[in-house]
Design a protein. Structure first.
Length: 383
């Protein structure tokens, strides 16, 4: 028989176990320490195996969406202007109880908000071929037209990654597509649970197979759905891929894979280049097959990538695809994103050059080169 002391201990243990297993609600996106503008994502998580009836997301007092099954998340567009937002999430459990979580994103302040948006600068830092991690905001300096700028937000290699991956599925890809899919899956397997992927399939048209997907099984299922047919509209797909990148200060990248020259795009090459230069992400281009041996196409793919601080790759066969994709993922995993509000508030259409440096070290730094100071703050590299 158990004495009074033993019963008390057992009761206390049961209470402790029950408390430890009580479900909790946390907001996983957006983060409190970032400035937001443009398409992004709302996401939350309920711990444990608690049965959830619904999760409702409110932004600034208005219902944004209701999700009834995991993963709990939905797209959200806070608009082009950087301002603070109050995000409230309410999870209703199967037993009728509710869990509530709140956060507020950063605000630039009224004066700055009324005049200008933040400029995002993805950066990769290397030393003798090795990527440099562990850097902090104070290690960087951003110069615009030679004038030092105040960095208002910073994302390091531990921050979630937003990846847009555009895969050529034209008819010429039919024989190689199986191995391309496997290489893409290997790339996706290197992502973390907090990273999000938008997968585009394109030929002479294009479609979104997965949008800001964080579940690895769902991402692989989307890859398996790709089939080869049609022609190639590379420039249209590149423009679309850049457009799908959000404007939050999270780390981000675009990978465009194609095996052929472009014969079906409605977008002219120069217009596509200008659009790429106006984007917020590093672009990595992968040219594969006979089309990638065309000098003008190779030059264009290199121009697209280098203008954003990214790189172009030209694997000769399917056996070189995984190493190329692996190198891209290593770079993106080592990426930093700096955000600043220009001290020059004139929207005069002039070109503003950007230079990123680390005053306390001699490193190789790759970053976007500047933006056009238009009234709409279209950001990018100089045509």
């Amino acid at each position: 028989m158990r004495g009074p002391g033993g019963a008390a201990l057992a009761l206390g243990a049961a209470i402790a176990i029950g408390a430890a297993q009580a479900p909790t609600l946390s907001i996983t996106a957006p983060k409190e320490d970032v400035f937001l503008s443009g398409p992004t994502k709302l996401a939350a998580d309920v711990s444990g195996d608690a049965a959830v009836q619904s999760v409702r997301f409110f932004v600034d007092g208005r219902l944004a969406c209701t999700v009834e099954r995991r993963p709990f998340g939905c797209p959200w567009d806070p608009g082009p202007v950087v301002r603070g937002h109050h995000v409230r999430v309410v999870a209703t459990l199967a037993d009728g109880s509710r869990l509530v979580a709140n956060l507020r994103t950063k605000d630039l302040g009224y004066t700055e908000r009324a005049r200008v948006e933040a400029v995002l600068v993805p950066v990769v830092v290397s030393d003798g071929g090795r990527f440099v991690g562990g850097l902090q905001r104070q290690d960087f300096e951003v110069l615009e037209d030679g004038v030092s700028q105040r960095i208002v937000a910073f994302a390091n290699e531990d921050s979630p990654l937003e990846l847009v991956l555009a895969i050529d599925i034209s008819g010429s890809m039919e024989r190689a597509l199986g191995k391309v899919k496997e290489a893409v899956k290997q790339l996706l397997a290197r992502l973390r649970p907090t990273d999000a992927v938008t997968l585009i399939g394109f030929n002479d048209t294009m479609f979104i197979a997965a949008e800001r997907e964080q579940d690895q099984r769902a991402r692989e299922d989307a890859v398996d759905q790709l089939t080869a047919w049609g022609g190639t509209a590379l420039y249209d797909a590149t423009v679309r891929a850049v457009d799908l990148v959000g404007s939050s200060t999270a780390r981000k990248g675009v990978v465009v894979f194609s095996d052929g020259d472009d014969r079906h795009s409605l977008t002219a090459p120069d217009a596509a280049a200008a659009h790429v230069q106006a984007g917020n992400a590093m672009l990595y281009t992968v040219g594969f097959g006979a089309g990638a041996t065309v000098p003008t196409l190779r030059d264009r793919l290199e121009q697209f990538a280098q203008s954003t601080g990214g790189r172009a790759f030209f694997p000769r066969d399917t056996g070189e695809l995984e190493p190329a994709f692996g190198h891209i993922m290593t770079e993106l995993s080592s990426q930093y994103v700096l955000s600043y509000v220009s001290a020059n508030t004139r929207a005069d259409g002039a070109w503003r050059s950007i230079r990123v440096r680390l005053p306390k070290g001699k490193y190789e730094v790759r970053a976007r080169r500047g933006y056009q100071a238009t009234s709409h703050r279209i950001q990018g590299d100089k045509p």
